[in-house]
Ligand binder design. Sequence first.
Ligand SMILES: NC(=O)c1ccc[n+]([C@@H]2O[C@H](COP(=O)([O-])OP(=O)(O)OC[C@H]3O[C@@H](n4cnc5c(N)ncnc54)[C@H](OP(=O)(O)O)[C@@H]3O)[C@@H](O)[C@H]2O)c1
Length: 219
Amino acid sequence: MRIGIIGAGAMARALGRGWVAAGHEVLVGARSATAAAEAADAIGARAGSIGEAAGFGDAVLLALPVGALAEVLGSVGALLAGRTVIDCTNAFAPDTAAPEGATAFVLAEDAVAERIAAAAPGAHVVKAFNVCAAEVWESDTRVFEGRRLAVPLCGDDPDALRRVATLTEDLKLQPIPAGGLHRARYLEAVSVFTVGLWFAGQDARAIFPPLEHAFAVVD
Ligand SMILES: NC(=O)c1ccc[n+]([C@@H]2O[C@H](COP(=O)([O-])OP(=O)(O)OC[C@H]3O[C@@H](n4cnc5c(N)ncnc54)[C@H](OP(=O)(O)O)[C@@H]3O)[C@@H](O)[C@H]2O)c1
């Protein structure tokens, strides 16, 4: 698959490296040609401009801060029509109500994926990879306590969801269908809540029983 990545930071490198290793053709595009070349060289991808990344492939990863989305989508949003757009962003802002000394976040915005879809008409947006840190996506460790690390996917287009599921499996992760794009806002909330627990030194994994003990089956 041809994958364009917009942004050349931690997420671009972490996910891009895995996709290159899986045999995909990846182009990293950034506003700085030097930064794009450095990131691309580091992961074995091609480098280009943001526009080249937007128009490169079947799938486009938006690896940008939320604050950059309006500007970037304003200039290249039209190029995304008909493509699978992977939104891994988080709109984290400091939680000013947290106790002094605590690191905690709130959401600066509650539905980023839906805003991306509105700003890029015709793009097939899938929310994915926003819950865990770039270091987790880059790691070789995929199975914890006998369970493969899972990636919830929210999106409306079946082909785009299949494509992102394949890209998830290529990273040796387990895709989980998690509903339409209207549910991506909950995935964004899960991320800020979970990261808050982790920063407080709590094991977020411990709050969920395994499915067979979850009593979530309709009687
Ligand atoms: N890092 C993580 O662990 C992690 C985990 C899950 C989700 N996320 C989310 O993934 C997204 C990317 O995170 P990241 O850690 O990869 O960020 P990062 O390392 O800071 O990289 C951000 C990239 O966006 C570019 N950028 C910033 N402002 C821009 C603008 N106005 N126009 C064009 N390009 C711009 C930067 O280019 P310059 O170098 O030129 O500024 C850089 O290439 C964020 O939304 C973040 O919340 C991150």
